[in-house]
Design a protein around this ligand. Sequence first.
Ligand code: ADP
Length: 187
Amino acid sequence: MTENLGLVVWFCGLSGAGKTTIATAAAKILTASGLKVLMLDGDNVRNQIHTNLGFTKEDIIENNRLISSICERERFRNDVVLVPIISPLDASRKAARAKHSPGFSLVFCNTSLEIAATRDVKGLYSRADNGDITDLVGYSKDGVPFEWPSDADLTLNTGHGSIQGIVNTLCAYLTVRLANVLPDEVH
Ligand code: ADP
């Protein structure tokens, strides 16, 4: 890896696991410490860039591949690229790792389906229960299953505990990680 490439932090986890919440809080802390941080939120990318892609397995693979390509460009301009997306497929996560390694960390926001569905932040689980959505990732019978990662670099148990504590754990991990991937002048 050339020295001026930032770190790709690829979050995965069920909808409602807390990926956006944790990544947003971490982005604030990292930015305040003087780092250039970009967040590529899965929902925003889908709504603004990849508007043609849905939630079939093929579309999810393509969406993840395109986001990984955006990371490739953005790593030149940022110290950290935070990517909170469900990323349910092991193959997509491994492809992103292969593209960006060693400047890549997989952070798993680990929450049971029961907790995620109870939170139902975006109302997706109730819409799936009502039959309005038939392909909710990791939940619907016809949805793409969420493949639990066995190779996460960091697992955050986001089902319980304080958000602040979890963010602190993540930032402590990233501080060590960034010391290895960024040139000396930025830290
Ligand atoms: P995702 O991006 O994974 O779909 P969100 O971050 O949008 O999830 O939503 C997670 C919700 O869960 C937020 O409303 C957040 O405040 C809440 N929450 C409660 N406890 C936690 C926790 N320990 N870690 C992360 N999120 C939590």
